[in-house]
Ligand binder design. Structure first.
Ligand code: HEC
Length: 390
Protein backbone atom coordinates (compact mmCIF):
# COMPACT_ATOMS: atom_id res chain seq x y z
CA UNK A 1 0.00 0.00 0.00
CA UNK A 2 1.04 3.60 -0.50
CA UNK A 3 4.76 4.23 -0.55
CA UNK A 4 6.14 0.77 -0.29
CA UNK A 5 4.64 -1.36 -2.93
CA UNK A 6 6.88 -0.61 -5.88
CA UNK A 7 10.03 -0.81 -3.84
CA UNK A 8 12.55 -3.53 -3.97
CA UNK A 9 12.51 -6.56 -1.70
CA UNK A 10 15.89 -5.55 -0.27
CA UNK A 11 14.31 -2.47 1.27
CA UNK A 12 11.59 -4.53 2.94
CA UNK A 13 14.29 -6.79 4.30
CA UNK A 14 16.26 -3.85 5.58
CA UNK A 15 13.26 -2.30 7.35
CA UNK A 16 12.12 -5.57 8.86
CA UNK A 17 15.71 -6.38 9.89
CA UNK A 18 16.05 -3.00 11.62
CA UNK A 19 12.81 -3.56 13.46
CA UNK A 20 13.66 -7.11 14.52
CA UNK A 21 17.15 -6.15 15.69
CA UNK A 22 15.73 -3.48 17.99
CA UNK A 23 12.91 -5.71 19.17
CA UNK A 24 15.40 -8.48 19.95
CA UNK A 25 17.70 -6.08 21.80
CA UNK A 26 14.75 -4.89 23.88
CA UNK A 27 13.74 -8.49 24.70
CA UNK A 28 17.27 -9.40 25.77
CA UNK A 29 17.64 -6.29 27.92
CA UNK A 30 14.26 -6.91 29.50
CA UNK A 31 15.03 -10.56 30.19
CA UNK A 32 18.33 -9.65 31.84
CA UNK A 33 16.69 -7.00 34.01
CA UNK A 34 18.41 -4.03 32.36
CA UNK A 35 15.12 -2.40 31.50
CA UNK A 36 11.84 -2.44 33.39
CA UNK A 37 8.19 -2.24 32.41
CA UNK A 38 5.99 0.66 31.51
CA UNK A 39 2.25 0.22 31.03
CA UNK A 40 2.65 -3.54 31.22
CA UNK A 41 5.35 -4.10 28.56
CA UNK A 42 9.14 -3.74 28.26
CA UNK A 43 10.20 -0.09 28.23
CA UNK A 44 12.42 1.13 25.38
CA UNK A 45 15.28 2.80 27.24
CA UNK A 46 16.44 5.36 24.67
CA UNK A 47 15.00 8.56 23.31
CA UNK A 48 15.85 7.45 19.80
CA UNK A 49 15.14 4.47 17.62
CA UNK A 50 16.14 3.50 14.09
CA UNK A 51 13.79 5.15 11.61
CA UNK A 52 12.91 2.78 8.81
CA UNK A 53 10.21 5.22 7.73
CA UNK A 54 12.84 7.84 6.81
CA UNK A 55 14.78 5.37 4.69
CA UNK A 56 11.58 4.64 2.83
CA UNK A 57 11.28 8.26 1.79
CA UNK A 58 14.93 8.59 0.81
CA UNK A 59 15.99 5.41 -0.91
CA UNK A 60 19.44 6.73 -1.80
CA UNK A 61 20.10 6.90 1.95
CA UNK A 62 18.64 3.43 2.38
CA UNK A 63 21.06 2.08 -0.21
CA UNK A 64 24.01 3.77 1.53
CA UNK A 65 22.88 2.29 4.83
CA UNK A 66 22.60 -1.18 3.31
CA UNK A 67 26.10 -0.87 1.80
CA UNK A 68 27.53 0.31 5.13
CA UNK A 69 25.93 -2.64 6.90
CA UNK A 70 27.39 -5.03 4.34
CA UNK A 71 30.84 -3.47 4.76
CA UNK A 72 30.55 -3.82 8.53
CA UNK A 73 29.45 -7.43 8.25
CA UNK A 74 32.32 -8.14 5.86
CA UNK A 75 34.78 -6.61 8.31
CA UNK A 76 33.38 -8.67 11.18
CA UNK A 77 33.78 -11.85 9.13
CA UNK A 78 37.37 -10.99 8.09
CA UNK A 79 38.36 -10.13 11.65
CA UNK A 80 36.65 -13.26 12.93
CA UNK A 81 38.63 -15.42 10.53
CA UNK A 82 41.88 -13.68 11.36
CA UNK A 83 41.34 -14.21 15.09
CA UNK A 84 40.43 -17.85 14.48
CA UNK A 85 43.66 -18.40 12.58
CA UNK A 86 45.58 -16.34 15.09
CA UNK A 87 47.00 -14.32 12.27
CA UNK A 88 45.78 -10.92 13.44
CA UNK A 89 47.88 -8.21 11.86
CA UNK A 90 47.81 -4.64 13.12
CA UNK A 91 47.33 -3.36 9.56
CA UNK A 92 44.28 -5.59 9.16
CA UNK A 93 42.67 -4.10 12.25
CA UNK A 94 43.51 -0.61 11.07
CA UNK A 95 42.12 -1.23 7.59
CA UNK A 96 38.94 -2.72 9.05
CA UNK A 97 38.35 0.22 11.34
CA UNK A 98 38.96 2.55 8.41
CA UNK A 99 36.53 0.66 6.18
CA UNK A 100 33.78 0.88 8.79
CA UNK A 101 34.42 4.58 9.39
CA UNK A 102 34.57 5.40 5.69
CA UNK A 103 31.48 3.39 4.76
CA UNK A 104 28.76 5.67 3.38
CA UNK A 105 26.66 5.85 6.55
CA UNK A 106 23.57 8.02 6.28
CA UNK A 107 23.31 11.00 8.63
CA UNK A 108 22.00 10.37 12.13
CA UNK A 109 19.02 12.65 11.40
CA UNK A 110 17.89 10.24 8.70
CA UNK A 111 18.73 7.05 10.53
CA UNK A 112 17.13 7.90 13.88
CA UNK A 113 13.85 9.29 15.07
CA UNK A 114 12.37 10.18 18.46
CA UNK A 115 11.26 7.24 20.53
CA UNK A 116 9.27 6.78 23.72
CA UNK A 117 9.36 4.07 26.38
CA UNK A 118 6.28 2.53 24.74
CA UNK A 119 7.50 2.82 21.12
CA UNK A 120 7.69 -0.95 20.76
CA UNK A 121 4.47 -1.74 22.60
CA UNK A 122 1.94 -3.84 20.76
CA UNK A 123 -1.77 -3.88 21.40
CA UNK A 124 -3.16 -6.58 23.63
CA UNK A 125 -6.71 -5.57 22.74
CA UNK A 126 -8.06 -6.86 19.46
CA UNK A 127 -9.56 -4.56 16.84
CA UNK A 128 -13.11 -5.64 17.65
CA UNK A 129 -16.56 -4.12 17.29
CA UNK A 130 -16.78 -4.10 21.08
CA UNK A 131 -13.44 -2.25 21.48
CA UNK A 132 -14.46 0.30 18.85
CA UNK A 133 -17.86 0.89 20.49
CA UNK A 134 -16.19 1.31 23.87
CA UNK A 135 -13.59 3.65 22.30
CA UNK A 136 -16.44 5.72 20.86
CA UNK A 137 -17.87 6.33 24.33
CA UNK A 138 -14.46 7.26 25.74
CA UNK A 139 -13.80 9.59 22.81
CA UNK A 140 -17.10 11.39 23.34
CA UNK A 141 -16.26 11.84 27.01
CA UNK A 142 -12.56 12.79 26.84
CA UNK A 143 -11.39 13.77 23.38
CA UNK A 144 -14.18 15.21 21.26
CA UNK A 145 -13.95 18.71 22.68
CA UNK A 146 -10.61 19.18 20.95
CA UNK A 147 -10.47 16.57 18.21
CA UNK A 148 -14.04 17.07 16.99
CA UNK A 149 -16.85 14.64 16.20
CA UNK A 150 -15.27 13.62 12.89
CA UNK A 151 -11.69 13.57 14.23
CA UNK A 152 -10.60 16.38 11.97
CA UNK A 153 -9.48 18.57 14.85
CA UNK A 154 -12.33 21.05 14.96
CA UNK A 155 -13.72 20.52 18.43
CA UNK A 156 -15.05 23.39 20.53
CA UNK A 157 -11.75 23.80 22.41
CA UNK A 158 -9.49 23.33 19.39
CA UNK A 159 -8.91 27.01 18.75
CA UNK A 160 -7.79 27.59 22.34
CA UNK A 161 -4.91 25.10 22.06
CA UNK A 162 -1.28 26.12 21.46
CA UNK A 163 -1.26 24.11 18.26
CA UNK A 164 -4.22 22.90 16.25
CA UNK A 165 -5.17 19.27 16.92
CA UNK A 166 -4.28 17.08 13.93
CA UNK A 167 -6.63 15.83 11.25
CA UNK A 168 -7.01 12.09 11.84
CA UNK A 169 -8.60 11.67 8.38
CA UNK A 170 -5.05 11.52 7.04
CA UNK A 171 -2.22 8.97 6.99
CA UNK A 172 -1.15 10.03 10.53
CA UNK A 173 -2.55 7.00 12.37
CA UNK A 174 -1.07 4.66 9.73
CA UNK A 175 2.42 6.16 9.78
CA UNK A 176 3.11 6.38 13.48
CA UNK A 177 4.02 3.26 15.42
CA UNK A 178 1.11 2.05 17.57
CA UNK A 179 3.35 2.36 20.61
CA UNK A 180 4.06 6.02 19.88
CA UNK A 181 0.33 6.82 19.50
CA UNK A 182 -0.25 4.95 22.74
CA UNK A 183 2.36 7.14 24.42
CA UNK A 184 0.78 10.32 23.07
CA UNK A 185 -2.62 9.46 24.55
CA UNK A 186 -1.31 8.30 27.92
CA UNK A 187 1.59 10.67 28.47
CA UNK A 188 0.80 13.62 26.24
CA UNK A 189 2.43 15.28 23.27
CA UNK A 190 5.28 17.78 23.32
CA UNK A 191 5.98 20.36 20.65
CA UNK A 192 9.43 20.97 19.15
CA UNK A 193 10.23 23.52 21.83
CA UNK A 194 9.57 20.86 24.48
CA UNK A 195 6.35 22.43 25.72
CA UNK A 196 3.35 20.19 26.30
CA UNK A 197 0.87 20.61 23.45
CA UNK A 198 -1.58 17.92 24.60
CA UNK A 199 -1.93 16.68 28.17
CA UNK A 200 -1.63 12.95 28.86
CA UNK A 201 -4.66 10.87 29.83
CA UNK A 202 -2.76 8.17 31.70
CA UNK A 203 -4.63 8.97 34.92
CA UNK A 204 -8.08 8.98 33.35
CA UNK A 205 -7.67 5.90 31.14
CA UNK A 206 -6.34 2.43 31.78
CA UNK A 207 -4.21 0.55 29.26
CA UNK A 208 -7.15 -1.29 27.72
CA UNK A 209 -9.14 1.92 27.28
CA UNK A 210 -6.17 3.57 25.58
CA UNK A 211 -5.98 0.82 22.95
CA UNK A 212 -9.77 0.95 22.54
CA UNK A 213 -9.50 4.64 21.77
CA UNK A 214 -6.81 4.04 19.17
CA UNK A 215 -8.96 1.35 17.54
CA UNK A 216 -11.90 3.74 17.50
CA UNK A 217 -9.78 6.50 15.97
CA UNK A 218 -8.67 4.18 13.18
CA UNK A 219 -12.25 3.16 12.40
CA UNK A 220 -13.37 6.80 12.50
CA UNK A 221 -10.51 7.94 10.28
CA UNK A 222 -11.17 5.15 7.75
CA UNK A 223 -14.79 6.24 7.44
CA UNK A 224 -13.88 9.91 7.08
CA UNK A 225 -11.30 9.04 4.42
CA UNK A 226 -13.95 7.00 2.63
CA UNK A 227 -16.30 9.98 2.64
CA UNK A 228 -13.58 12.30 1.38
CA UNK A 229 -12.01 10.11 -1.30
CA UNK A 230 -14.51 7.34 -2.07
CA UNK A 231 -11.86 4.80 -1.08
CA UNK A 232 -10.03 3.34 1.86
CA UNK A 233 -6.64 4.79 0.93
CA UNK A 234 -5.29 3.50 4.26
CA UNK A 235 -6.01 -0.16 4.95
CA UNK A 236 -8.42 -1.11 7.71
CA UNK A 237 -9.43 -4.53 8.99
CA UNK A 238 -12.93 -5.86 9.35
CA UNK A 239 -13.40 -5.61 13.12
CA UNK A 240 -13.66 -8.81 15.13
CA UNK A 241 -17.32 -9.75 15.77
CA UNK A 242 -19.05 -12.44 17.82
CA UNK A 243 -20.82 -15.06 15.66
CA UNK A 244 -23.15 -18.01 15.67
CA UNK A 245 -22.26 -20.44 12.86
CA UNK A 246 -23.35 -23.77 11.39
CA UNK A 247 -19.94 -24.98 12.49
CA UNK A 248 -20.29 -24.62 16.26
CA UNK A 249 -16.50 -24.45 16.73
CA UNK A 250 -16.51 -20.98 15.14
CA UNK A 251 -17.59 -18.24 17.49
CA UNK A 252 -15.95 -15.13 16.13
CA UNK A 253 -14.53 -13.88 12.84
CA UNK A 254 -10.98 -14.53 14.02
CA UNK A 255 -11.76 -18.26 14.17
CA UNK A 256 -11.73 -18.26 10.38
CA UNK A 257 -8.01 -18.03 9.84
CA UNK A 258 -6.77 -16.93 6.41
CA UNK A 259 -10.18 -16.99 4.79
CA UNK A 260 -12.01 -14.28 2.90
CA UNK A 261 -15.05 -12.96 4.72
CA UNK A 262 -18.13 -11.51 3.09
CA UNK A 263 -20.17 -9.54 5.61
CA UNK A 264 -23.65 -8.75 4.36
CA UNK A 265 -26.78 -6.97 5.55
CA UNK A 266 -28.84 -8.45 2.70
CA UNK A 267 -31.70 -10.68 3.83
CA UNK A 268 -30.32 -14.26 3.66
CA UNK A 269 -33.51 -15.40 1.92
CA UNK A 270 -32.24 -13.53 -1.12
CA UNK A 271 -28.70 -14.93 -0.94
CA UNK A 272 -27.19 -18.02 -2.49
CA UNK A 273 -24.45 -19.91 -0.70
CA UNK A 274 -21.10 -18.63 -1.97
CA UNK A 275 -18.01 -20.82 -1.64
CA UNK A 276 -15.61 -17.96 -2.42
CA UNK A 277 -15.85 -16.48 1.08
CA UNK A 278 -17.15 -17.15 4.55
CA UNK A 279 -20.54 -15.44 4.35
CA UNK A 280 -21.60 -13.67 7.52
CA UNK A 281 -24.98 -12.06 7.92
CA UNK A 282 -25.26 -8.87 9.94
CA UNK A 283 -28.97 -8.55 10.79
CA UNK A 284 -30.56 -5.26 11.83
CA UNK A 285 -31.43 -6.71 15.23
CA UNK A 286 -30.12 -9.49 17.42
CA UNK A 287 -31.85 -12.80 16.70
CA UNK A 288 -32.00 -16.13 18.39
CA UNK A 289 -33.28 -18.18 15.46
CA UNK A 290 -31.19 -20.78 13.61
CA UNK A 291 -28.46 -19.74 11.17
CA UNK A 292 -30.03 -19.51 7.69
CA UNK A 293 -28.76 -22.06 5.14
CA UNK A 294 -27.52 -19.49 2.63
CA UNK A 295 -24.92 -18.05 5.04
CA UNK A 296 -22.16 -19.55 7.19
CA UNK A 297 -22.74 -17.42 10.27
CA UNK A 298 -24.86 -14.72 11.87
CA UNK A 299 -23.36 -11.86 13.88
CA UNK A 300 -24.46 -11.97 17.51
CA UNK A 301 -22.74 -8.78 18.73
CA UNK A 302 -25.19 -6.88 16.55
CA UNK A 303 -25.33 -3.46 18.23
CA UNK A 304 -21.54 -3.06 18.47
CA UNK A 305 -21.00 -4.52 15.00
CA UNK A 306 -23.46 -2.08 13.44
CA UNK A 307 -21.79 0.83 15.21
CA UNK A 308 -18.29 -0.23 14.16
CA UNK A 309 -19.08 -1.01 10.53
CA UNK A 310 -21.14 2.15 10.21
CA UNK A 311 -18.11 4.20 11.30
CA UNK A 312 -15.77 2.47 8.86
CA UNK A 313 -18.43 2.84 6.20
CA UNK A 314 -18.39 6.61 6.63
CA UNK A 315 -21.96 6.57 8.02
CA UNK A 316 -23.39 5.59 4.63
CA UNK A 317 -26.62 3.53 4.83
CA UNK A 318 -25.92 -0.08 5.77
CA UNK A 319 -28.97 -1.50 4.02
CA UNK A 320 -28.22 -4.10 1.27
CA UNK A 321 -24.47 -3.76 1.66
CA UNK A 322 -21.69 -6.34 1.38
CA UNK A 323 -18.13 -5.93 2.60
CA UNK A 324 -15.37 -8.25 1.46
CA UNK A 325 -12.05 -8.93 3.18
CA UNK A 326 -8.96 -10.57 1.76
CA UNK A 327 -7.35 -13.57 3.40
CA UNK A 328 -5.36 -11.31 5.72
CA UNK A 329 -8.53 -9.73 7.10
CA UNK A 330 -8.16 -6.33 5.37
CA UNK A 331 -11.39 -4.78 4.15
CA UNK A 332 -10.91 -4.49 0.42
CA UNK A 333 -14.28 -4.07 -1.29
CA UNK A 334 -17.79 -2.84 -0.62
CA UNK A 335 -20.93 -3.04 -2.67
CA UNK A 336 -24.20 -1.35 -1.74
CA UNK A 337 -26.17 -2.33 -4.84
CA UNK A 338 -27.27 -5.81 -3.81
CA UNK A 339 -25.40 -9.05 -3.43
CA UNK A 340 -25.34 -9.91 -7.14
CA UNK A 341 -24.26 -6.53 -8.49
CA UNK A 342 -20.53 -6.17 -7.91
CA UNK A 343 -18.43 -3.88 -10.07
CA UNK A 344 -14.69 -3.25 -10.41
CA UNK A 345 -15.16 0.11 -8.71
CA UNK A 346 -16.13 -1.67 -5.51
CA UNK A 347 -12.49 -2.47 -4.80
CA UNK A 348 -11.95 0.38 -2.35
CA UNK A 349 -8.60 -0.61 -0.90
CA UNK A 350 -6.21 -0.97 -3.81
CA UNK A 351 -2.49 -1.10 -4.16
CA UNK A 352 -0.95 1.39 -6.62
CA UNK A 353 -0.24 -1.59 -8.87
CA UNK A 354 -3.97 -1.79 -9.54
CA UNK A 355 -3.62 1.23 -11.84
CA UNK A 356 -1.68 -0.86 -14.30
CA UNK A 357 -3.77 -2.41 -17.05
CA UNK A 358 -5.08 -5.81 -16.10
CA UNK A 359 -5.82 -8.64 -18.42
CA UNK A 360 -9.41 -7.81 -19.29
CA UNK A 361 -11.36 -10.93 -20.04
CA UNK A 362 -14.92 -9.88 -20.85
CA UNK A 363 -16.48 -10.42 -17.41
CA UNK A 364 -20.09 -11.33 -16.99
CA UNK A 365 -21.80 -9.66 -14.01
CA UNK A 366 -21.39 -12.86 -12.02
CA UNK A 367 -17.67 -12.79 -12.58
CA UNK A 368 -17.14 -9.30 -11.23
CA UNK A 369 -16.73 -10.59 -7.72
CA UNK A 370 -14.27 -13.23 -8.90
CA UNK A 371 -12.34 -10.50 -10.64
CA UNK A 372 -12.19 -8.41 -7.50
CA UNK A 373 -11.04 -11.46 -5.57
CA UNK A 374 -8.31 -12.15 -8.13
CA UNK A 375 -7.05 -8.58 -7.97
CA UNK A 376 -7.17 -8.64 -4.19
CA UNK A 377 -5.20 -11.89 -3.98
CA UNK A 378 -2.65 -10.73 -6.55
CA UNK A 379 -2.06 -7.42 -4.77
CA UNK A 380 -1.88 -7.92 -1.03
CA UNK A 381 -1.94 -4.93 1.30
CA UNK A 382 1.51 -3.62 2.21
CA UNK A 383 2.26 -0.52 4.19
CA UNK A 384 4.88 0.76 6.57
CA UNK A 385 3.90 1.85 10.04
CA UNK A 386 6.46 3.10 12.50
CA UNK A 387 9.21 1.79 10.21
CA UNK A 388 7.69 -1.68 10.09
CA UNK A 389 6.34 -3.43 7.00
CA UNK A 390 2.72 -4.56 7.47
C1 HEC B 1 -7.55 19.88 25.35
C2 HEC B 1 -7.47 19.46 23.96
C3 HEC B 1 -7.24 17.99 23.65
C4 HEC B 1 -7.88 16.91 24.19
C5 HEC B 1 -8.99 16.88 25.26
C6 HEC B 1 -7.31 15.74 23.54
N1 HEC B 1 -6.36 16.11 22.64
FE1 HEC B 1 -5.28 14.88 21.46
N2 HEC B 1 -4.26 16.46 20.71
C7 HEC B 1 -4.50 17.76 21.03
C8 HEC B 1 -3.56 18.61 20.32
C9 HEC B 1 -3.49 20.13 20.40
C10 HEC B 1 -2.74 17.75 19.57
C11 HEC B 1 -1.57 18.13 18.67
C12 HEC B 1 -0.29 18.10 19.47
C13 HEC B 1 0.93 18.38 18.63
O1 HEC B 1 0.92 18.04 17.45
O2 HEC B 1 1.90 18.90 19.19
C14 HEC B 1 -3.22 16.39 19.82
C15 HEC B 1 -2.68 15.26 19.26
C16 HEC B 1 -3.19 13.99 19.42
C17 HEC B 1 -2.68 12.80 18.77
C18 HEC B 1 -1.56 12.75 17.76
C19 HEC B 1 -0.25 12.49 18.43
C20 HEC B 1 0.87 12.48 17.43
O3 HEC B 1 1.66 11.54 17.51
O4 HEC B 1 0.96 13.38 16.59
C21 HEC B 1 -3.44 11.76 19.19
C22 HEC B 1 -3.30 10.29 18.77
C23 HEC B 1 -4.39 12.28 20.12
N3 HEC B 1 -4.22 13.63 20.24
C24 HEC B 1 -5.34 11.51 20.76
C25 HEC B 1 -6.20 12.01 21.72
C26 HEC B 1 -7.14 11.18 22.45
C27 HEC B 1 -7.33 9.70 22.25
C28 HEC B 1 -7.79 12.01 23.31
C29 HEC B 1 -8.83 11.63 24.36
C30 HEC B 1 -8.41 10.70 25.35
C31 HEC B 1 -7.28 13.35 23.12
N4 HEC B 1 -6.32 13.30 22.15
C32 HEC B 1 -7.71 14.44 23.82
C33 HEC B 1 -5.45 18.25 21.89
C34 HEC B 1 -6.28 17.48 22.67
Amino acid sequence: MNELINNAAWLEWLLEGMHRAQWFLLRVMHASGLVGDVDGQAAWPWRWRLAGENLLIDQAEARRFAISLLVTMGVVVVLGISIWWRKGRPWLWGASALAVVLAPWPSAAVLFTNAHPTSFHVTGVSFSDQAIASGARLYAAQCVQCHGVNGKGQGALAATQQVWPPNFASPLLWRRADGDLFWAVRHGVKGRDGRQTMAGFGEALNVRETWELLHYLRALASGELLRATGNWPQPVRLPEMALRCHDASKQQLGDFQAQRVLLTTTDPQRLLPDPRAVTVWLPAQSRNSAVPDSVDCVVTSVADALEAISLINGHAALYETQWLTDRQGWLRARNARGAAAWSDDDLLCKSPLADQPQAASGPTPDDQLTRIIQTMDAEPVRFVKGGRVH
